[in-house]
Design a protein around this ligand. Structure first.
Ligand SMILES: [Zn+2]
Length: 377
């Protein structure tokens, strides 16, 4: 069997597939239910079969296993509280800190010592777990990481297309990862004219890659195209101010991290568990994720917090530890919802098996098999 062509697109929703004319070359076109969380975890499951509990991270930022406790009411806390109150001062100080030390997004300074950015992209050369990229060194991989520091933002997906096309012509097994597409949804909103321009540009690239592959290999060989999640427009913002109700977060009481569509809370004072849980449960813009669901998605460990609060689709947390504005569209809600579904497209001799694909857990073994039989070792 000729080496496969694997196309990954970050954040392409199944809901937009019906707006697309093209991709006639794929016999299988169906929705894909992905994981609970963000791309950093979902991609690790797709390309390596690893879930958050195996990886040791859930989302980009994690509670440090060991940290120096800041004395409550100390100078750092007082200075941080003052900075937080003055918007422009807060922006300037965060920017200066990023230049002098490292990026801390919008994390309040009094919490900076308690969290670290441990989440690593599966495409990073430092990613420490086995993946299809590490197991099949002949696989030509084109992703954001390939062009980091060499090509400006916004132009990297085009480079992925051009270089992937060249590698397909040369007969290599190819993984073309279009990771900038996700940003179009966040910046413009799903279905807007700017977003649809990006969709049509991407569809044109895919049609050309498929044509190149088929003219090279005829009907033989497999082509996969899939995304890691869908996207929903944000219609409402919600604020989650836990400290207003429970007092200052501190490592002898509780700590929390605000992501775009979820909040993780770690409890150190056991007497707070019930009251914080029922406070979160009673918010009308989200719900606590139960233990059974966390087990099912492989996020039972403490990386997901002792309490994991998930927002309702279409609501953006604001502010978060990433910024004081929400995006036009977001993902990372309940993965069973229609707008959160990604896509799975397939062309090749295993259509029957490919039609059975409905969840990401089966993609990694399928890709592994395709690469093994596609002469990639
Ligand atoms: Zn995204």
């Amino acid at each position: 069997m000729p080496p496969p062509l694997i196309i990954f697109v970050d954040g392409f929703p199944f809901s937009i597939l019906s707006c697309v004319n093209g991709w006639k070359g794929f016999e299988v076109q169906q929705p894909l239910q992905t994981g609970l969380g963000y791309s950093i975890n979902i991609k690790s499951e797709i390309f390596g079969g690893h879930r958050a509990d195996d990886l040791g991270f859930f989302n980009e930022w994690q509670l440090r296993p060991h940290y120096a406790v800041q004395p409550p009411g100390g100078t750092l806390e007082r200075a941080s509280l003052l900075i937080e109150r003055i918007y422009y001062l807060d922006r300037i100080v965060h920017r200066a800190y990023a230049m002098l030390r490292h990026q801390v997004c919008n994390i309040p300074f009094r919490f900076v010592g308690y969290f670290h950015e441990a989440g690593l992209s599966v495409f990073s050369p430092q990613f420490p777990h086995p993946t299809i990229m590490s197991r099949y060194p002949a696989l030509k991989v084109f992703s954001l990481a390939t062009y980091a520091g060499r090509v400006a933002d916004g132009l990297r997906d085009r480079c992925v297309y051009e270089d992937a096309k060249r590698a397909v012509r040369e007969g290599f097994p190819v993984l073309a990862a279009f990771e900038e597409f996700d940003g179009a949804g966040h910046s413009y909103g799903v279905g807007t004219p700017e977003y649809m321009d990006r969709v049509h540009e991407f569809v044109g690239w895919v049609d050309d890659l498929v044509k190149t592959f088929r003219s090279q290999n005829g009907d033989a060989g497999e082509i996969f195209l899939f995304s890691d999640h869908g996207m929903a427009n944000v219609t409402e913002e919600a604020e989650l101010d836990i400290e207003r109700t429970f007092g200052r977060a501190a490592p002898d009481r509780y700590l929390y991290f605000l992501d775009a569509t979820m909040a993780r809370v770690w409890l150190f004072d056991p007497t707070l568990r019930e009251s914080i849980a029922s406070y979160l449960q009673s918010r009308n813009f989200g719900r606590l994720v139960d233990d059974e669901t966390r087990q099912r998605y492989g996020i039972a460990s403490r990386h997901g917090g002792d309490l994991l609060f998930l927002l309702n689709e279409g609501i953006g947390l604001c502010p978060t530890f990433f910024g004081r504005r929400t995006a036009k569209a977001l993902h990372g809600y309940d993965p069973t919802l229609a707008n959160q579904q990604g896509v799975f497209l397939y062309s090749g001799p295993r259509s029957e098996a490919a039609r059975m694909v409905s969840a990401i857990s089966v993609i990694h073994p399928l890709l592994d098999d395709a690469l093994r039989h596609g002469g990639s070792q």
